[in-house]
Design a protein around this ligand. Structure first.
Ligand code: ADP
Ligand code: MG
Length: 220
């Protein structure tokens, strides 16, 4: 079953008289137990695609369905509810509330998905190697720690679908392997993962790789 499907997504941006076609008819689907990687040069539309897929942005054409239910062209309230129920999202930045500790950030995410579980917070912190940083504020974290804390937040509610935008962009090899292991554990648990990445180490572990160029999928 395809838990995540996108049909003919189009997204245009206008700045003055200039039009950028960031997505030009993108189709994709991700099944349970699948890791799908989206690769492509900077500016090819990866982040725009992930924003439209998660309902953070609205495509100008086409639609997205999650677990068979259309997400596109719903009210912001409905989209937010569907996001909380289905997605864990790791963006390129801004994944943590700056005034909350790592642990509080994870707990808040669980509260929003109505899945509070103190034991799981401890397990999550441990699995991303941040057990000793639970009470640190985001400003006190290194780049790699920030990425891992963001991943712990994205995984907090054990989401059926994880969407991650370049999760290994600023991390060292060790952290990268740790993140790859997290994604593989999700596959084993039958969960879906969609990841935009430049990392061949990460894309190499995916079940499928979609190459995006100028807003179009070149294979798939
Ligand atoms: P990638 O993540 O692959 O680097 P993006 O999805 O960020 O690519 O960008 C795709 C194209 O859309 C680029 O040309 C970018 O400049 C443009 N773009 C993205 N977001 C906006 C925006 N909010 N306003 C104007 N142009 C945008
Ligand atoms: Mg991007």
């Amino acid at each position: 079953m395809h838990v995540l499907e996108a049909w003919e997504l189009y997204r245009f941006f206008h700045i003055g008289d200039d039009e950028t076609a960031a997505l030009r008819g993108v189709n994709l689907h991700v099944g349970l137990g699948e890791i799908v990687a989206v690769v492509g040069p900077s500016g090819s539309g990866k982040s725009t695609l992930l924003s439209c897929i998660t309902g953070l942005d609205e495509p100008d054409g086409g639609h997205v369905a999650v677990a068979g239910v259309r997400l596109t062209r719903r009210s912001e309230t409905v989209r937010a509810r569907m996001r909380a129920a289905h997605f864990g999202i790791l963006l390129q930045s801004g994944n943590l509330f700056p005034h909350l500790t790592v642990e509080q950030n994870i707990r808040l995410q669980m509260l929003m998905a109505e899945k509070s579980d103190q034991n799981r917070i401890i397990l999550l912190l441990d699995s991303v190697g941040l057990a000793h940083r639970a009470s640190a504020l985001p400003i006190e974290l290194s780049g790699g720690e920030t990425a891992r804390a963001g991943l712990a937040v994205a995984l907090a509610a054990d989401p059926p679908i994880l969407v991650a935008d370049e999760p290994t962009a600023e991390v060292d090899r060790d952290t990268e392997s740790r993140l790859v292991r997290q994604f593989e554990a999700r596959r084993e648990a039958g969960l879906a993962t969609l990841v935009a990445t430049h990392s061949m180490a990460l894309a190499g572990r995916a079940d499928r790789i979609l190459s995006l160029k100028d807003g179009r999928i070149e294979n798939g």
